[in-house]
Design a protein around this ligand. Structure first.
Ligand code: ATP
Ligand code: MG
Length: 432
């Protein structure tokens, strides 16, 4: 039997992994600027955690969870529930009234695999616990927008409010009546949803359902005054921070815990998998999971597969370039090989990313390799170069070549300048 990865589970190979690292590096940098701390959470949790938070009648809990039935444990389909479980378990609300936390890692959902949709996928999750301030909503969306902008992916932000336990029930009833009148035209899923979870019908992807709900009553016209005012202030905050958005009264999100602000970052560049990130407020969830009364929360999750796909489609090459070797050493002949084996090590200790061929291949083949790695510079050392302690340094961008000394002093200056120069390494500058 040929052993293969499971359907919907993917290896991330070198060449792609650099893009993943790039996404993560930018995210960590942006999260840090907004004063978020990292939290790392387990992959397995009690099944009940997800049933009670995400909701028994959601697609995720009904059909998509990987559960060990005998042990009543589930591989997390998302991170918010786990994060709140940890927040309560460790009393993080005692340490700080407002916690800003992020986590990055794999999630598991048994969905139909396709481009941008896997069974093991990865999310970057940011959550603010302990504040109801609408400025937090605006700030969080601004942070998401900044992250996407720094990644160079273009998206639009869609915004809605789902109200609260005060105003939503009346709206839900009105929507239910509306759906009952059109029951026969709905898809089978929505027929079921119209009684169990009518709001979900609003974002059904089936074109017939979509056409029907165009005329549905809007939640935004049914918000209570507190929710209405909160929503106004969220929008004012977005305005002040210069974040572009549009209202989407049909956006509901597939998890039951959301209240008030909900949002999605949408791209038009990935076909059907349009959402690269999504989130919202969940003011009742912490209490519902056994935490302190009345502690609100809000968060979002970005889907990393989709971000990487977008990078591959656009600025991927640039991003990759940042992670290429600084230097490729092409050694020819035994003496040069012996010398360069040590030289590579010294340069690596000095902080350079160095690649080298240890198999004694021809110059042509080594230059080909160097090209493939995307190294900025190649140092060529053969028998002649060894004799006069000189190497040939080639700039791979413009193909210019120059002789450089292979003495300890040169190495030392390489080393020093590396530190003065910070991350922007330029061999040419150092040696001239
Ligand atoms: P979708 O509408 O695409 O199914 P969702 O509403 O189920 O998304 P969330 O649970 O809110 O998504 O997760 C946030 C983000 O995680 C999504 O916007 C998407 O980028 C990503 N995501 C969700 N499910 C998957 C999956 N199966 N494979 C890859 N990425 C996913
Ligand atoms: Mg989904």
């Amino acid at each position: 039997m040929k052993l293969q990865a499971l359907n919907g589970f993917k290896d991330i190979l070198p060449g792609d992994v650099e893009l993943w690292q790039f996404v993560e590096t930018i995210a960590r940098s942006v999260f840090a600027r907004f004063d978020f701390s990292e939290i790392r959470l387990p992959i397995l949790e009690p099944t009940e955690l997800f049933a009670r938070s995400i909701g028994e009648t959601t697609d995720i809990v009904e059909k998509e969870m990987y559960t060990f039935v005998d042990k009543k444990i589930t591989m997390r389909p998302e991170a918010t529930a786990s994060l709140i479980r940890a927040y309560i378990e460790h009393g993080l609300y005692v340490q700080k009234p407002v916690q800003r936390l992020f986590t990055i890692g794999p999630m598991f959902r048994h969905e139909r695999p396709q481009k941008g949709r896997l069974r093991q996928f990865h999310q970057m999750d940011a959550e603010v616990l302990g504040s109801q301030n609408p400025r937090i909503d605006a700030e969080l969306m601004a942070m998401g927008a900044m992250l996407l902008q720094e990644l160079g992916v273009s998206v639009s932000l869609e915004l809605n409010s789902l109200g609260c336990p005060e105003c939503r029930p009346a709206y839900r009833l009105q929507l239910q009546t509306f759906l009952t009148e059109r029951f026969d035209t709905l898809c089978d899923d929505c027929k079921r949803r119209s009684s169990t979870n009518p709001l979900r019908v609003l974002d059904c992807k089936n074109p017939r359902c979509r056409a029907q709900v165009q005329a549905a009553p809007s939640i935004l016209e049914h918000l209570c005054s507190a929710c209405g005012q909160h929503f106004e202030e969220v929008q004012a905050g977005l305005g002040q921070l210069g974040v572009q958005y549009s209202l989407n009264k049909f956006m509901v999100r597939g998890l039951d815990y959301y209240t008030r602000t909900t949002f999605e970052f949408i791209t038009t560049d990935l076909g059907a998998q349009a959402a690269v990130g999504a989130g919202g407020r969940y003011d009742g969830l912490i209490e519902q999971l056994g935490g302190p009364k009345g502690v609100p929360g809000i968060g979002f999750a970005m889907g990393m597969e989709r971000l990487v796909l977008l990078l591959q489609q656009s600025a991927g090459g640039d991003a990759l370039g940042r992670l290429c070797p600084d230097l490729f050493i092409a050694a020819l002949g035994q003496a040069a090989s012996d010398f360069c084996f040590g030289l590579a090590h010294e340069l690596r200790s000095a902080g350079l990313r160095v690649a080298m061929d240890l198999e004694g291949r021809s110059l042509k083949s080594q230059m080909k390799q160097a090209d493939k790695t995307g190294a900025s510079w190649v140092l060529i050392i053969g028998e002649d170069e060894m004799k006069n302690s000189q190497g040939l340094l080639r700039n791979m961008k413009n193909q210019e070549q120059q002789q450089v000394e292979l003495k300890a002093g040169t190495l030392k200056s390489l080393l020093q300048t590396r530190y003065i120069d910070g991350t922007e390494f330029s061999v040419k500058k150092i040696l001239s």
